[in-house]
Design a protein around this ligand. Structure first.
Ligand SMILES: [Zn+2]
Length: 86
C-alpha cells in the first residue's frame, strides 16, 4: 500500500492516476500518415518511422498524482536507484 501524498496547494489527499502521455489523436494521425506514406514505395522511408513513433506515443504512459479537492496534478518520477550513486 502506497502512502497518500498530501497536496501542497490545499492539503487535500492526492490520488494516483495513470494515463496516456501523448494525445491519442496525434498518435493515430502519425500511424495513419505512416501507413498512407508506406503505400507508396518511396514513402516507406518516411512511413515506417512515422508508424514506429505513433505506436510509441500510444504505448507511452505517465503516472500522475492528482489532488481530489483542487485537481492539482504532479507527475510521478521513479528515480533509478543506480543513479543515486550506490
Ligand atoms: Zn489540492
Amino acid at each position: 500500500m502506497v502512502k497518500p501524498i498530501v497536496c501542497t496547494h490545499c492539503n487535500g489527499e492526492m490520488q494516483q492516476y495513470s494515463g496516456p502521455r501523448y494525445n491519442r489523436r496525434a498518435a493515430g494521425f502519425f500511424i495513419i500518415g505512416g501507413i498512407f506514406a508506406t503505400l507508396f514505395w518511396i514513402g516507406a522511408v518516411l512511413g515506417i518511422p512515422l508508424i514506429v513513433i505513433g505506436l510509441y506515443m500510444l504505448g507511452s504512459k505517465r503516472d500522475l498524482w492528482v489532488c481530489k479537492d483542487c485537481n492539482t496534478a504532479l507527475e510521478r518520477f521513479n528515480i533509478d536507484s543506480q543513479k543515486l550513486g550506490k
